[in-house]
Design a protein around this ligand. Structure first.
Ligand code: IPE
Ligand code: IPE
Ligand code: MG
Length: 252
């Protein structure tokens, strides 16, 4: 249960902040290269940025923060870099889980769990289990995640139910498929931020991003901080969200 000092959920709903912010944390390698450092150092500094941003998101009253941590396509990187990234995830969970829990953060993980090393799966499961009852901020970690793969998994489950006669194919609409994605209870992101100047989704939340506002910032992820998050939110608040209609509205 959140303590009395924390903003109540309805207070957050009335705030100007987007309720769900999703971040493509990009540019660790270029940050390091620009300083003559190994890419691993960029990733290590990226974890520090993540810590800052989770804290800031909590302070700013964001309810859901999704972070792109490792993509289905990142397996094409050299094994040593994959090892560095997995090592950092292990360390992040081991070192930060207690703090996240204390701060009322619920950890959720989206992406393909199968094929991951058993100790990584165990750590992810432990983080989800320990923080299950927390309500202040959902931290959704997209790990071994790809949007096409997520949609394909959902389609497969629906097809299996149809083949077993448990579902009429004609009943499958967009809402149905949405309920078979990895975190169906988390609302679509209001704001998606990508750092490092790249302007693409790279297979991140493509279904859920249908009406998200996209903000691309030139800075590399290790430099990202609360001020940068606030500035992206300020940009978001200037956007007029129409959802295909004529009446402007904000929030999701
Ligand atoms: C983001 O930084 C971290 C991951 C993709 C895991 P990059 O490693 O993509 O850094 P750049 O894009 O090469 O600079
Ligand atoms: C997206 O960044 C994946 C993560 C941030 C985890 P990439 O660096 O892998 O994306 P591309 O290859 O530049 O599109
Ligand atoms: Mg990159």
């Amino acid at each position: 249960m959140p303590d009395a000092a924390q903003p109540a959920a309805d207070e957050k709903v009335r705030s100007e902040s987007p309720l769900h912010v999703a971040i493509i944390m990009d540019g660790n390698g270029r940050w390091a290269a620009a300083r003559g450092l190994p890419r691993a150092e960029g990733h290590r500094r990226g974890v520090e940025a993540l810590r800052r941003v989770v804290r800031a998101a909590n302070e700013l009253g964001i309810l859901h923060l999704t972070i792109f941590s490792f993509s289905s396509e990142n397996w094409s990187r050299p094994a040593s870099e994959i090892g560095d990234l997995f090592g950092l995830l292990r360390r992040f969970i081991r070192n930060d889980l207690a703090t996240l829990h204390r701060d009322g953060v619920r950890v959720r993980v989206i992406g393909e769990r199968e094929g991951l090393e058993p100790d990584i799966c165990a750590l992810l499961g432990e983080a989800e289990e320990l923080t299950r009852a927390n309500t202040r901020l959902n931290l959704v970690v997209a790990f071994n995640y790809g949007s096409r793969q997520e949609i394909a998994r959902a389609a497969q489950r629906l097809a299996r139910e149809a083949a077993q006669g448990q579902r009429d194919p004609a009943s499958i609409d967009a809402d149905t498929l949405g309920r078979y994605l990895d975190a169906p209870d988390i609302p679509d992101p209001d704001l998606i931020i990508r750092t490092s100047g790249e302007q693409r989704l790279s297979n991140f939340l493509m279904w859920q991003a249908a009406y998200s506002e996209l903000v691309f910032v030139p800075m590399h992820w290790p430099d990202f901080d609360k001020a940068a998050l606030e500035s992206a939110i300020a940009e978001y608040s200037t956007r007029e969200r129409r959802f295909g209609g004529l009446v402007a509205k904000t929030g999701s």
